[in-house]
Design a protein around this ligand. Structure first.
Ligand SMILES: *Cc1c(COP(=O)(O)O)cnc(C)c1O
Length: 497
């Protein structure tokens, strides 16, 4: 069955998967949604005997229906290879519930790799299918994790360039080192004097600049986005929910048809939305537990039905979840409004104008798949320390938010359903906060001395991604003012007159 994609904001024309991947965002500013959510066409038993790559094909073929088998398998093969430090790609660990689904075994040791290692291949395949001759220029503003994962994914992919802008004084030293040491002739990394919002606003302006678009086309370039709203990022994320379920089945940790819970540390709502799609495809899921940090807009939304971003932005130890506008929530709103673009557009307009919206009682009634809660900074550190002391398992701060919320969920509901905690980053990526949670004495150490201590404490070998940057030469030292972003892009693309 062919699946077409339509915008969440108007009943404009439907597009094929490859077109949706190339465009990223619909022209009316909406997000692309599949017209219907496909059902798995293989049994869970059959899937349980497959590799990650095999499951990836079975899931993605149902969404990306204009890709041939050969094209899709080629993209999957290039993405999920030895860049990952385990052949399982996304291993499910732990002897008993709660299990951990570790999504941090890729090139940049955070869950963004799961989608960003395949997006470049989906994108150039889409370009070929649509007879696009231009080189694709990926433009990204990053607060840390996405930039590096996108750089690693697009580096040396033929027919693409990637330009990443980051706030010069707004990312962690490890994150900056990861980016400025990026190899690849087609990669450009620029620090800007300004904060993440300045970088983001600047990038949005460049995307909307018609004059620039025309000049670029003349030189054989066009922009695209690696943003988490692209369906080329959403669809690959559905895979690991299916894979996690069938791994538990294969290992006889659950029985066929048994429902499980997933706890997901959430920011932009992309990861957990993929879990919702997996459930709708036929994976037996009881609750999707949405875990927030102190920026608890989503918790408030799930408990009251009001989404309200008018509040203080709080910097936490789980920075990849420090978000007040969860872009991918729009897809859920559209869905529970009865796939009604007009209704959804009104909510989104209210969000832009007033920073808030209230959903109807009917819509609220359709949120029963979700449970929301949040963890404070103190609760997050406490859970890291407790797991370390009890199990010897060291988790990162984002995963810890999920683990802390799971404890609250159990206390609230007394639910004993077997549960998977989605682990989104290696503890090495947020080493300082993790080690401080275990013992504040570590705070006196330098970044890399801390890493060595973490290896002793966790008994997990230092990942390559960290080892590499210890000694890697800085390859990018370009700094610009926020007003110079356009000139910088032109300079990189050698488009100056
Ligand atoms: C991006 C990110 C998240 C949040 O995922 P969303 O899809 O934005 O909800 C959580 N943890 C880590 C480590 C991340 O990088």
């Amino acid at each position: 069955m062919e699946i077409l994609y339509k915008s969440t904001r108007s009943d404009s024309k439907k597009v094929k998967a490859s077109e949706a991947i190339l465009k990223g965002l619909a022209e009316d500013g909406g997000l692309f949604m599949p017209e219907t959510i496909p059902s798995l066409d293989k049994s869970l038993e059959e899937l349980s005997s497959m590799s990650y790559q095999g499951v990836a094909y079975e899931v993605m073929k149902l969404f990306l229906t204009d890709f041939t088998e050969e094209e899709l398998k080629d993209c999957i093969g290039r993405a999920y290879d030895s860049k990952f430090d385990t052949t399982a790609i996304a291993p499910v660990t732990g002897e008993k519930s709660p299990y951990f689904l570790e999504l941090y075994h890729g090139a940049t040791i955070a869950f963004k790799d799961m989608a960003l290692s395949i997006l470049p291949h989906l994108m150039i395949t889409s370009a070929k299918k649509n007879h696009v001759k231009n080189d694709i220029v990926i433009l990204t503003a990053t607060s840390g994790d996405t930039g590096k994962a996108a750089l690693a994914g697009f580096a040396d992919v033929e027919g693409t360039r990637i330009i990443v802008f980051y706030p010069k004084n707004g990312v962690s030293p490890i994150q900056e080192k990861q980016m400025v040491t990026q190899k690849g002739d087609n990669t450009y990394v620029v620090g800007i004097h300004g904060n993440f919002d300045d970088a983001q606003t600047g990038v949005k302006k460049l995307f909307a600049d018609k004059e620039l678009e025309k000049e670029m086309a003349e030189k054989g370039y066009q922009f695209s986005s690696a943003n988490s709203i692209n369906i080329g990022r959403l669809v690959p994320q559905v895979v690991y929910y299916v894979y996690a379920y069938v791994q538990l089945l294969k290992n006889k940790q659950i029985k066929t048809g048994e429902k499980i819970n997933f706890v997901v540390p959430t920011g932009n709502f992309g990861n957990i939305l993929a879990g919702f799609l997996a459930k709708n495809m036929g994976i037996p899921v009881n609750q999707l537990i949405c875990a927030s940090n102190d920026n608890k807009v989503l918790y408030d939304f799930f408990t009251t039905g009001t989404y309200d971003r008018n509040r203080e932005f709080i910097l936490t130890s789980s920075p990849s979840m420090d978000i007040l506008i969860s872009s991918n929530l729009e897809r859920l709103i559209y869905h529970i409004a009865g796939d009604n673009a007009v209704k959804n557009a009104a909510f989104m307009q209210s969000l832009t104008q007033n920073g808030k919206y209230d959903i109807t009682e009917d819509m609220k009634a359709q949120l029963q798949d979700f449970y929301g809660n949040y963890a404070s900074e103190a609760e997050t550190s406490a859970v890291i320390k407790a797991y370390y002391e009890k199990e010897g398992y060291v988790m990162d701060t984002h995963t810890a938010v999920a683990a802390a919320v799971y404890e609250k969920y159990q206390a609230d509901t007394k639910d004993t359903t077997r549960t998977v905690i989605v682990s989104t980053a290696s503890p090495y990526k947020f080493g300082r906060s993790v080690m401080n949670a275990i013992d504040t004495k570590y705070d006196a150490l330098s970044d890399f001395a801390l890493i060595d201590e973490l290896e002793k404490v966790s008994k997990v070998k230092i990942p390559n991604a960290i080892e590499e940057i210890r000694t890697a030469p800085v390859l990018h030292d370009h700094i610009c003012e926020k007003e110079q972003m356009k000139a910088t892009v032109k300079e990189f693309l050698r488009m100056e007159d």
